[in-house]
Design a protein. Structure first.
Length: 123
């Protein structure tokens, strides 16, 4: 069974866009991983930290850097999930999600050298 066949159907399209380096999805992932690398350098790389992604805040943060109408908070969340599935990160161990009272999802990735390497393999 290939990697892509293990990714849920709605997310496989986003994973393919990332793999094909299509903008703005690939640009978004580059931005996130770059930010993770910067943050990891500030901490102990062996211990790591939890990197939180709030799609709505991230959209506001990157609007000027990556201007594109396709980057909605829903698409940002799906792109992040596609990368997590494609990188074979384990839910509960390497990342977890929380839901706000309004129903919005936030993604929390436990970043260390191993997780960062796994994410970078798909770029």
């Amino acid at each position: 069974m290939s990697e892509v066949s293990k990714i849920p159907i709605p997310l496989v399209n986003y994973y393919n866009l990332i793999e094909k380096k299509k903008s703005p999805y690939y640009d978004l992932i580059l931005y996130i991983i770059s930010d993770m690398e910067k943050s990891l350098k500030k901490t102990n790389p062996n211990v790591g930290f939890v990197y939180a992604i709030n799609p709505r805040r991230l959209k506001e943060e990157i609007e000027e850097t990556i201007p594109n109408d396709k980057l909605t908070s829903i698409n940002i969340g799906r792109t992040v999930l596609a990368l997590l599935y494609g990188s074979k990160l384990r839910k509960g161990k390497d990342y977890y999600t929380t839901t706000s009272s309004g129903g919005r999802k936030n993604y929390h990735i436990k970043v260390d050298n191993n997780v960062l390497s796994s994410l970078q393999m798909h770029l």
